[in-house]
Design a protein around this ligand. Structure first.
Ligand code: G4P
Length: 522
């Protein structure tokens, strides 16, 4: 059946990494495989303004960055690949987290010279909490990096996930010979820039390869491989699918080396769209009605028109441009005429889409993050998106007290939209805004000024570790500046700890109080 075929072809994923680990370089190489760009450097060109940015949000124009993630799609080896970009650097925001709810798997890139870095941990936690399969690519093998065993150990210790090396490097940097591709049982020989040779294990004892196999580094690696075979965890695709084991690949995105082997294995193993949960049922992707949910709204792409684009992940059925759908929250019927697909910064009209695809819908102000759209006769409402714990907090006030009405209105709407999270101090009702990235504050300030005509004052209370309390009554005397008591918008108490030390001290002192980490409960 056509729909099932289309679903099985879909591979929708995001690439996560700490800035500079090589996400852009990898994305470029994948787009080259998909023949979406003619030369490497095009994606990077975004930063230098090669792409038309005419109708992007003003902040975006000023800073030359893409505020929200874009989506790229292409055909590869019979698959339909959708890559959702997750912004790095300072443009990190809750949108980045929400984007991860719309993917079926994730590629995690780690710089071999640096190991696990902070932003990778943040993004990884979201994947773990959602049980998303994670494929690891350890990059920059052309440089002298950390010992591969040490890197695997770090992934296992810090991220608490089992690793299975799908391939294993013979040397690094100047002594880099290539990789043993354990999965396909072949040696991929590194021959310098853009050249690799595939040698089946069975051929490696031939005389013609003596120049390789007699090298001490090669021999050393054989011993390591034997150790892995004996002592390592066995590969389990089932465990990979529930996010308990990560297949690890080594290579260099820049060379490029090992990227093709990696991607060929990835597209085969990565899951196609899976069933999705609603409050009372499970919707299969091949359900015969169209349904999807909005995971991101990009506001004010054109300030003159105040228009917005809502990003929708198709979850079931077939989408056709012009179809009438219902917005489950309000029961409003909407005709979807203006829909787009994305390649980096350019957009094309999309006529048909299937589960796993992401479409951009023109939003005249109808939608909210988490909204479900469907043409099913049965009502469908996908589960709400989880609340992601912010780690940056700032007190907010209106510069001009005469504007308190607009201030409140703007604040309410931006909280509704999911652009920021609002907390109130307890018992003194100071307003505190939580975010996961600095850019969220800039967008907030900008929008308050331009859309609600209010200038706001933000005062940082620094990075904090939030922990929720599972109780309605609290003794306010237990809290102070170092462990600040606040309420979220549902009236739930939480404590903003100044650092790990303050958190542990409190835990020790008040064993009777349960402290809940949102990353662990959603
Ligand atoms: P990001 O999107 O994760 O932030 O990283 P990006 O791909 O921009 O890569 C960061 C830097 O690391 C770039 O160098 C890039 O060329 C380099 N890089 C990526 N993959 C590899 C690799 O496999 N080996 C080596 N040696 N370097 C790699 P840059 O100097 O910051 O930028 P550029 O001047 O090359 O554009």
């Amino acid at each position: 059946m056509k729909l099932t075929e289309e679903i099985n072809k879909r591979k929708t994923f995001a690439i996560i990494s700490h800035p500079d680990a090589g996400k852009t370089t990898m994305t470029e190489k994948l787009l080259l495989f998909g023949q979406q760009i003619r030369s490497a450097g095009t994606v990077k060109g975004k930063k230098s303004g090669k792409f038309a940015t005419s109708d992007w949000m003003e902040i975006e124009k000023q800073r030359g960055i893409s505020v929200t993630s874009s989506v790229m799609n292409f055909a590869y080896q019979g698959y339909h690949v959708n890559i959702l970009d997750t912004p790095g650097h300072e443009d990190f925001s809750e949108d980045t987290y929400r984007t991860l709810t719309a993917v079926d798997s994730v590629i995690m890139i780690i710089d071999a010279t640096k190991g696990i870095e902070p932003q990778t941990i943040k993004l990884f936690k979201v994947c773990k909490m959602r049980g998303i399969p994670i494929f690891t690519f350890i990059n920059k093998l052309d440089r002298e990096g950390r010992d591969p065993f040490e890197l695997l150990e770090q992934i296992e210790d810090v991220l608490e996930i089992e690793t299975y090396p799908m391939n294993w490097p013979a040397g690094m940097g100047k002594r880099f010979l290539g990789i043993f591709d354990r999965y396909h049982k072949q040696f991929v020989r590194f021959k310098g820039n853009e050249e690799e040779e595939y040698i089946p294990y069975a051929d490696l004892d031939k005389d013609s390869y003596l120049d390789l196999t007699e090298q001490p580094m090669y021999q050393e690696t054989l011993e390591e491989l034997a150790l892995l075979d004996e002592a390592g965890d066995p590969f389990s695709l089932d465990r990979v699918m529930i996010g308990e084991q990560t297949p690890v690949f080594f290579g260099s995105a820049l060379a490029p080396f090992g990227v093709e082997v990696f991607f060929n294995t990835f597209v085969k193993m990565a899951p196609s769209p899976k069933p999705r949960k609603t409050a009372d049922k499970i919707i299969q992707p091949d359900y015969d009605a169209f349904s999807g949910y909005i995971f991101k709204i990009q506001a004010n792409m054109n300030p003159a028109h105040r228009d917005r684009i809502a990003f929708l992940r198709v979850c079931s059925g077939r989408f056709e441009r012009g179809m009438s759908v219902k917005l489950s929250r309000t029961d409003k019927t909407i005709k979807l005429n203006q829909t787009q697909q994305f390649l980096a910064a350019s957009r094309e009209t999309v006529d048909v889409a299937y589960p796993g695809d992401i479409i951009g819908i023109y939003d005249p102000g109808y939608y909210r993050i988490g909204d479900t759209l469907t043409d099913s006769k049965e009502p469908i409402q996908y589960d709400e998106l989880p609340q992601f714990p912010p780690d940056l907090f700032k007190r907010v006030t209106a510069k001009n007290v005469m504007k308190s009405k607009q201030f409140k209105k703007g604040l309410d709407q931006l909280v509704q939209e999911g652009a920021i999270q609002l907390f109130t101090g307890h018992p003194y009702e100071t307003l505190i805004i939580g975010a996961v990235g600095e850019l969220q504050y800039q967008v907030f300030e900008h929008r308050m000024k331009h859309e609600y005509n209010v200038e706001v004052q933000l005062e940082s209370i620094g990075e904090r570790i939030p922990r929720w309390l599972d109780q309605k009554e609290v003794d306010v005397k237990l809290f102070d500046e170092r462990n600040m008591l606040v309420k979220d918008r549902e009236g739930q108490f939480l404590v903003l700890f100044k650092n790990e030390f303050a958190l542990n001290w409190f835990k020790d002192k008040h064993k009777e109080i349960d402290l809940i980490d949102l990353f662990e409960v959603n």
